[in-house]
Design a protein around this ligand. Structure first.
Ligand code: NDP
Length: 394
C-alpha cells in the first residue's frame, strides 16, 4: 500500500476549504488515501471543530485567540489538538504535509502561504491575494525550498493543466463569467446591495471573492496572479467574458493552437487535480459536462467603462513595485465597507483607483519590495489611505 497523502487545509471553514475537505473525504477506488494534518479558521469555532472531528485532523487552529477555550472544549476527548493565534497558525502551516491548501481569504493568508512555501510543500493555492501582494518574493522562497504552486483558482488551474510548453506561449486567455452585473447599467450598479453583488450566476463562493467578481476586480487580481505564477507579462494576458463558465481559461501557442480546459463550474475538479498532481483522481457521482445539453458557448470582450477594476489591475501589475499590494489592500478595505453597507458598490473601484493613483505619485512606488515586512508596510499604508478616503466619501 502506498503512503497516505498528508494534507493541511487552511481556511477550512470557507467555501474552498469545504470543497477541499469534500474531495479529501472521497474514498472511491482510485482516489489516494488522504490524512489531514492541520485545519484552520478565523472565528468559526464550531465549523472548525466539526471539520476537524470529521476529518480526524491532527491539529485545529483558530486564528482569533480569544476563541481558544471554546475550541478546546469542543475538541475535548477527540484526539485533535486545539491551538489558537497567529504563531500557532504559522506553525500548523509549516507542519510536514504533501499538500497545503491555501484557502484563507485576503492578505491575511500570506503568513501561512509563506510558512507552507518555506516548508517546501506543494501549495494548492486559492489565496490569490498572497500571490498578488508578494508574487516575486514567494517565487524566490519556493525556488529555495523546492515548494511548488499548484493553482486551484479555476482559471489558473486550467492554464496549469494545458501549459506544457511555456516557452512557446503567445498569450494566456483568462475567462470571466462577467459576474452578476454583466448586463446591468452603471445606474443600477450604483444601487446594488451586498446580496445582489454576492449572487454569482455560476459559482457559490465566499462574500469577498463574490463582490470581487461583481466588480471584476477578481479578474484583475487573477490577471496579476497569472503574471506571477506563469511568468507571462501583462500585455500577453487577455480577459475574455464567457458567461457560461465552462471554459475555465485558455493558452494560445505560437503555432496557432489554442488549448483550453473545460468543465462544469465546480471547485472540486481543480482541487482534486492539485491534490492528486502529477496524477489525477476520479471524482465519481458528480454531474458531467454535457456540451450538447449546454448547446452554445458565448464570448465577448470585457466592458472597461462599467468595470474599471480590470484597468486598475493592468496598471498595477505593469507599474510593478508596491502597486499590486496597494490595489489589493485598498480593495479589501472597500469591499469590507460595502459588505457592511457603509459605501455604494461603485465606490469600491473609485477608492481603489484613488489610493493607487496617490501611491504611484510617490517616487519609490515602483521599487520592488525586498522583504515581506515591506509588503506588510505597503499594505498598511494602502489600508489607512483607503479608510481615510472612505471617511471622506461617506
Ligand atoms: P470564504 O470567505 O468562504 O472563507 C475564508 C476562510 O478563511 C474561512 O475559513 C475563514 O475563517 C478564513 N479566514 C478569514 N479571515 C481570516 C483571517 N484573518 N485569518 C485566518 N483565517 C481567516 O472564502 P473563499 O473560500 O471563497 O475564498 C478563499 C480564497 O480562495 C480567496 O482568496 C479567494 O479569492 C480564493 N478563491 C475562492 C474560490 C471559491 O470558489 N470560493 C475560487 C477561487 C479562488 P472563518 O470561517 O472563521 O471566517
Amino acid at each position: 500500500m502506498s503512503n497516505p497523502v498528508l494534507v493541511s487545509v487552511l481556511g477550512a471553514t470557507g467555501s474552498v476549504g469545504a470543497s477541499a475537505l469534500d474531495v479529501i473525504a472521497n474514498q472511491s477506488p482510485g482516489a489516494p488515501a488522504f490524512e489531514v494534518v492541520a485545519l484552520s479558521a478565523n472565528t468559526n469555532v464550531a465549523g472548525l471543530a466539526a471539520a476537524a472531528k470529521a476529518s480526524r485532523a491532527e491539529i485545529a487552529v483558530i486564528a482569533d485567540d480569544s476563541l481558544y477555550g471554546a475550541l478546546k472544549d469542543l475538541l475535548a476527548g477527540t484526539g485533535v489538538v486545539a491551538a489558537a493565534g497567529d504563531a500557532a497558525l504559522a506553525e500548523a502551516a509549516s507542519r510536514p504535509a504533501n499538500v497545503v491548501v491555501a484557502g484563507i481569504v485576503g492578505i491575511a493568508g500570506l503568513q501561512t502561504t509563506l510558512a507552507a512555501v518555506r516548508q517546501g510543500a506543494n501549495l494548492a493555492l486559492a489565496n490569490k491575494e498572497s500571490m498578488v501582494c508578494a508574487g516575486a518574493l514567494l517565487r524566490a522562497e519556493a525556488t529555495r525550498s523546492g515548494a511548488r504552486f499548484l493553482p486551484i483558482d479555476s482559471e489558473h488551474n486550467a492554464i496549469f493543466q494545458v501549459l506544457d510548453r511555456p516557452e512557446r506561449v503567445e498569450k494566456l486567455i483568462l475567462t470571466a463569467s462577467g459576474g452578476p452585473f454583466r448586463n446591468v447599467s452603471v445606474g443600477e450598479m450604483a444601487l446594488a446591495t451586498p446580496e445582489q453583488a454576492c449572487a454569482h450566476p455560476n459559482w457559490m463562493m465566499g462574500a469577498k471573492i463574490s463582490v470581487d467578481s461583481a466588480t471584476m476586480m477578481n479578474k484583475g487580481l487573477e490577471l496579476i496572479e497569472a503574471a506571477y505564477l506563469f511568468d507571462v507579462p501583462e500585455p500577453r494576458i487577455e480577459v475574455l467574458v464567457h458567461p457560461q463558465s465552462i471554459i475555465h481559461s485558455l493558452v494560445a501557442y505560437d503555432d496557432g493552437s489554442v488549448l483550453a480546459q473545460l468543465g462544469l463550474p465546480d471547485m472540486r475538479t481543480p482541487i482534486s487535480y492539485a491534490l492528486s498532481w502529477p496524477s489525477r483522481m476520479p471524482l465519481p457521482g458528480r454531474e458531467r459536462l454535457d456540451l450538447a445539453k449546454i448547446g452554445r458557448l458565448d464570448f465577448l470582450p470585457p466592458d472597461p467603462q462599467r468595470f474599471p477594476a480590470l484597468r486598475l489591475a493592468r496598471t498595477a501589475v505593469s507599474e510593478g513595485g508596491g502597486a499590486p499590494i496597494v490595489l489589493n489592500g485598498a480593495n479589501e478595505v472597500a469591499v469590507a465597507a460595502f459588505l457592511q453597507r457603509r459605501i455604494g458598490f461603485l465606490t469600491i473601484a473609485e477608492v481603489a483607483e484613488q489610493v493607487l493613483e496617490e501611491f504611484l505619485g510617490n517616487p519609490t512606488a515602483r521599487h520592488e519590495p525586498a522583504s515581506f515586512d515591506e509588503v506588510y508596510e505597503i499594505d498598511r499604508w494602502a489600508r489607512s489611505r483607503a479608510i481615510e478616503k472612505l471617511r471622506l466619501a461617506a
